[in-house]
Design a protein around this ligand. Structure first.
Ligand code: PEP
Length: 258
């Protein structure tokens, strides 16, 4: 962690939850993070629960966001949700290019770059996910893959636009698998991402937040968050239990105070 970048902890609930379960989850998070002033916190519920989340989190410091958006602002795109729609519900963030969407919806680097631009246009901060598969890591091409993912947004949009977002490095082999990257493995790729951006713009490379995601849990969060280029976490499984999510927020808050 670096004290010039305020840490951000984001819960990605994926396709989980019922009105009843998210009421208790949000109540727990709301109550138990009230005194944490050194970090920013956000949750990304399934789209249908965004209006309810907005009502539950009104008057708190916790932000909310979408898990995806269309690259288009409106039109005949059945099933899609646009940036302006998320904006109407005061979403501060939207996740773009999550590996599950790259994998199951075949989202390309080009499409992710379009979605990134659509989010910025709607005044929403994109949380732009990058990361390599296990095969790519074993083939020794992690930097090549992640570098290409980052370049796609810079080349399609611009480095200045990238600088308005947040990056999440999420090794695909660590997502939902219980296999976390070691703090050193994560730090190495985070530093690489920052160097890659510095080739275009040093100031943006220094100021952009780069979160780690991939089986982050209360018992490994402190070590990961202690790395100088890790500015927070994108949390999947552990964000569905308020005690776990709050414990990660507490660790980040304590480390940010140092
Ligand atoms: C994610 O899907 O963004 C994620 C990091 O999931 P998990 O924490 O469950 O690995």
């Amino acid at each position: 962690m670096n004290n010039t970048r305020t840490p951000l902890i984001v819960g990605n609930w994926k396709m989980n939850g019922t009105l009843e379960s998210i009421q208790s989850l949000l109540t727990g998070i709301k109550t138990d993070t009230e005194t944490l002033n050194n970090i920013q916190i956000a949750v990304c519920p399934p789209a249908i629960f965004i209006p309810y989340t907005k009502d539950m989190l009104a008057k708190t410091k916790i932000a909310w966001g979408g898990q995806d958006l269309s690259e288009h602002a409106k039109g005949a795109y059945t099933g899609e949700i646009s940036g302006p729609m998320l904006q109407e519900y005061n979403c501060r963030y939207v996740i773009v290019g999550h590996s599950e969407r790259r994998m199951y919806q075949q989202e390309s680097n080009e499409l992710v770059a379009q979605k990134f631009a659509a989010a910025i246009k709607a005044n929403i901060i994109p949380i732009f996910c990058v990361g390599e598969t296990l095969q790519q890591r074993e083939d020794g091409i992690t930097e090549q893959v992640v570098g290409k993912q980052v370049d796609a947004v810079i080349e399609h949009d611009s480095c200045a636009l990238l600088g308005q977002g947040v990056i999440a490095y999420e090794p695909v082999w660590a997502i939902g698998t219980g296999h976390t990257a070691t703090p050193e493995q994560a730090q190495e790729v985070h530093a690489f991402i920052r160097e890659r951006i510095a080739k275009y713009d040093k100031k943006i490379a220094e100021s952009i937040k780069i979160l780690y995601g991939g089986s982050m849990k209360p018992d490994n969060a402190a070590e990961l968050l202690a790395q100088s280029d890790i500015d927070g976490g994108l949390i999947g499984g552990a964000s569905l239990k308020s005690a776990d999510f709050v414990a990660i927020c507490n660790r980040a808050n304590a480390q940010a105070a140092v």
